[in-house]
Design a protein around this ligand. Structure first.
Ligand code: NDP
Length: 325
């Protein structure tokens, strides 16, 4: 089998595609032939040796994949079955999806929903799964389309782009925040009603600002999230899942104690296995056919290191699909 192997020698990180015997894969109940993986922001951090995503080497990165069961020691999965995986520390602490095969505990796998292909599942991938969890969080907080506009930050990215599509399919008016004016047409095409410049949301946030947003999905953190909180309407909700702009949160208690705003953290990695199929079902029903062509670039395993560098330079738009087999 082939795998992208991250290795660290004397603090020097290398990332090379290598041929290795399947027996070298970490322990698990199921071996999967991987057809598709993707690049996410976290993969870019891992491949570039940033932020402690990977602490033990050698490591195969790739936090998600879809493929076909090659061998199973678990009665829930049979040879030939189509499956997908996101999260559980795969690609961080357990060898991941940027390889032709993976061996994982059966509990990590989700059967592929009937109405999705292996390729479509990974166009959605971790980013889309997280976007759906964010939308669900807003709905759980009672944010209905009649309450007002929803703002989405990091709009050109995988999570942001998918969140825009999902919200617009559900009838919400979506406002996108982007640092790239050249992406405005793309963002309007995938469902944003208007696009605001990221620079309008940087700089020290006031404790309270004019009330604009019924809800928000934030993928960047930092000053952008602080400004969104200050501009969120009374009783609004903000789902925060990312840190593309930094992990600080320079805000005050004012939006929470004077405007009754809810800040809901969203983690997809350890989202319970039993609840995952329903989330995937909802994604497969909501996303239009056009989503799969508009949002995707396709690369090879060999190109993944080069593209991981582009991620950290903010040169990636939408989802980056890695064709493995
Ligand atoms: P992408 O790199 O695809 O998208 C991030 C977007 O953020 C970029 O496209 C860009 O959009 C914007 N951005 C980039 N740099 C900055 C910056 N310095 N300041 C402000 N905005 C910036 O990443 P993903 O969509 O895959 O992930 C987004 C975030 O969500 C990441 O932090 C990731 O780790 C996190 N995440 C969390 C998950 C969870 O379970 N909690 C799961 C998946 C992702 P634009 O140019 O339009 O402004």
């Amino acid at each position: 089998m082939q795998a992208l192997i991250l290795q660290k020698d004397h603090d020097q990180l290398t990332a090379n595609i290598q041929s290795i015997p399947t027996e070298q894969l970490p322990p698990g109940d199921v071996i999967i032939d991987i057809y598709w993986s993707t690049l996410n922001y976290k993969d870019a951090l891992a491949i570039n040796g940033k932020a402690g995503v990977v602490r033990q080497y050698p490591m195969v990165p790739g936090i998600d994949f879809s493929g076909v069961v090659h061998h199973s020691e678990d009665p829930r999965f049979s040879v030939g079955q189509h499956v997908l995986l996101t999260g559980w520390g795969v690609g961080e602490t357990h060898w991941g999806g940027l390889a032709t095969q993976a061996r994982v505990p059966a509990d990590y796998l989700t059967p592929l929903p009937e109405n999705l292909s292996l390729r479509q599942a990974m166009i959605i991938g971790t980013a889309g799964f997280t976007a759906m969890l964010c939308v669900n969080a807003l709905q759980d907080a009672g944010i209905t389309p009649d309450k007002g506009e929803i703002i989405v930050s990091g709009a050109s990215g995988g999570v942001g782009s998918t969140a825009i599509q999902l919200l617009s399919q559900l009838g919400y008016d979506v406002v996108a925040i982007s640092g790239r004016a050249e992406n405005s047409d793309y963002l309007l095409k995938i469902g944003a009603k208007r696009v605001l410049a990221r620079s309008d949301f940087t700089g020290t946030a006031k404790p309270l600002d004019k009330q604009h947003w019924a809800g928000a999905i934030d993928t960047v953190g930092g000053e952008v999230l602080a400004n969104i909180l200050a501009q969120t309407q009374y009783n609004g909700a903000v789902a925060a899942c990312g840190l593309a702009g930094g992990f600080s949160l320079p805000t005050t208690v004012m939006p929470f104690i004077l405007r009754n705003i809810r800040l809901q953290g969203v983690d997809s990695v350890y989202y319970p296995a039993s609840k995952r199929p329903a989330v995937w079902q909802r994604l497969s029903q909501l996303l239009p056919e056009s989503f799969y062509s508009q949002i995707t670039s396709e690369i090879t395993l060999e190109q993944s290191v080069e593209y991981a560098q582009k991620f950290l330079k903010n040169q990636i738009t939408g989802r980056t699909l890695v064709k493995i087999l």
